[in-house]
Design a protein around this ligand. Structure first.
Ligand SMILES: Nc1ncnc2c1ncn2[C@@H]1O[C@H](COP(=O)(O)OP(=O)(O)O)[C@@H](O)[C@H]1O
Ligand SMILES: [Mg+2]
Length: 263
């Protein structure tokens, strides 16, 4: 369903974000990408829906090249791909329902969506998505009145209302406390299992990856250094790949990753 063919991304300043990535993700997989900060996780994820342009190679979605797609065709491919961010990316001053409805914009003319006019079917879809995420009672609340965990569930509902077949999530729980983290990860698992939505999720916690992923991909310096099941992603294996704690990074994210990978 998602295929990378020899994909390389070099940023204008010469930094290599991705190096010669070959990767095939099948429908219904729950893939978690792990790696230290700077490994290329966000670059990989954002290449899939072309938020980032790749430098060479090709990415196909269901056999169609998103790399070569233009205009209407590109919008069609993107419509099937939802995105979830660490900071939720909601319009803060809009209601929850408005935010979820924005998942429908890819289906209508610009004029219609600028005027904020959505057909009843869209409102039904949005309400159903909110119900599935157990947050229907907040439909008419302003988004910035919600807790972080609730906001993230709204952003998942937006992707559901979009009828995304693939959801990309870039560190979706990095701003959340452990309890809320579990709720959001459980919600992602639920939509993966109940709706068959393919998930590609960046996490910096190997522990969390092991709890949820059907497949874990490890990145290091823009290359795939691990690709296997949660069972194969042992602490021993990861400490071999990423090195001893004192040899790598110094920021908070790296520290957390290291401790988990050597425990
Ligand atoms: N816009 C950019 N311009 C230049 N370099 C970038 C840009 N975005 C990311 N990078 C670099 O690309 C590499 C991979 O970054 P990123 O994909 O954000 O890693 P991760 O998400 O794993 O932390 C890092 O070295 C980072 O500094
Ligand atoms: Mg990142």
């Amino acid at each position: 369903m998602i295929e990378f063919h020899r994909v390389t991304k070099i940023y204008p300043n010469g930094v290599v974000g991705l190096e010669n990535i070959d990767l095939k993700i099948e429908k219904g997989e729950f893939v978690v990408i792990v790696g230290l900060s700077g490994a290329g996780k966000s670059t990989l994820l954002r290449s899939i829906n072309r938020l980032h342009e790749i430098s060479s190679g090709e990415i196909t979605i269901d056999g169609k090249s998103i790399t070569k797609a233009k205009g209407k065709e590109l919008r069609r491919i993107r419509r099937d791909i939802g995105m979830i961010f660490q900071n939720f990316n909601l319009v803060k001053r809009s209601t929850v329902l408005r935010n979820v409805l924005s998942g429908r914009v890819g289906y209508h003319s610009t004029l219609r969506t600028v005027l904020g006019w959505f057909p009843k079917e869209d409102v039904d879809l949005a309400m159903n998505a909110l119900e599935r995420m157990n947050i229907l009672e907040k439909a008419y609340t302003r988004s910035d009145q919600l807790s972080g965990g609730q906001q993230q569930r709204v952003s998942i509902a937006r992707a559901l209302a979009q009828k995304a077949k693939i959801i990309l999530a870039d560190e979706p729980v990095a701003s959340l406390d452990p309890l809320t983290t579990k709720q959001v990860m459980d919600d992602l698992k639920k939509i993966n299992q109940e709706l068959g939505i393919t998930l590609v999720v960046n996490l910096h916690s190997v522990d969390l990856a092991r709890q949820y992923a059907t497949r874990i991909i490890g990145l290091k310096a823009g290359q795939i250094v691990f690709d296997g099941s949660a069972r194969e992603a042992t602490d021993k294996r990861f400490s071999e790949i990423y090195g001893k704690p004192f040899e790598v990074g110094i920021n908070e994210t790296d520290r957390e990753f290291k401790y988990e990978s050597i425990n």
